[in-house]
Ligand binder design. Sequence first.
Ligand code: HEM
Length: 142
Amino acid sequence: MLAKFQYSFLMACCLILTACASTSESTLYNKLGGEQGVNNIVENLIQQIGQDEQIFHYFAEARVSRFRENLIEHFCAISDGPCQYTGDNMADIHTGMNINESDFNHLVDLLINAMDAEGIPHRVQNQLLARLAPLRENIIYL
Ligand code: HEM
């Protein structure tokens, strides 16, 4: 009887632990703070770009509300959040800008600032940066 109870208790614990592991903490999107976290990161990034002497010129003609919406969606999708990216592909959108390496790195620095401001641990920041890094080839010198 006691053995049966212990077995059931153990099974219940396993089920609860599995459920917890597969919900709130599991995706990179959730580690970034989910919808609110990603919105805040993008908003902070846009505010910084607006005051940035090195890269603002690229954005002078950009449609900010579209940029905000599509970047949120892009970060959501790339971090395994519940979104599908519907904006233009990276090469199409950045072609003609001739973005150099130093300006690319600068935008990444602003993104790191934004994640710092949101209290995202560096271990988690690095996971997002690792997913963005391969896109570099489709963004610079086009
Ligand atoms: C990993 C890095 C980057 C990612 C993931 C990224 C992503 C995006 C996304 C999702 C959009 C919106 C696409 C759309 O509206 O369909 C966008 C637009 C834009 N990006 Fe990037 N981008 C990156 C780096 C950069 C850099 C380094 C610059 C310049 C220094 C830049 C300049 C722009 C500009 C100016 C627009 C707005 C274009 C417009 O509305 O006409 N991006 N980017």
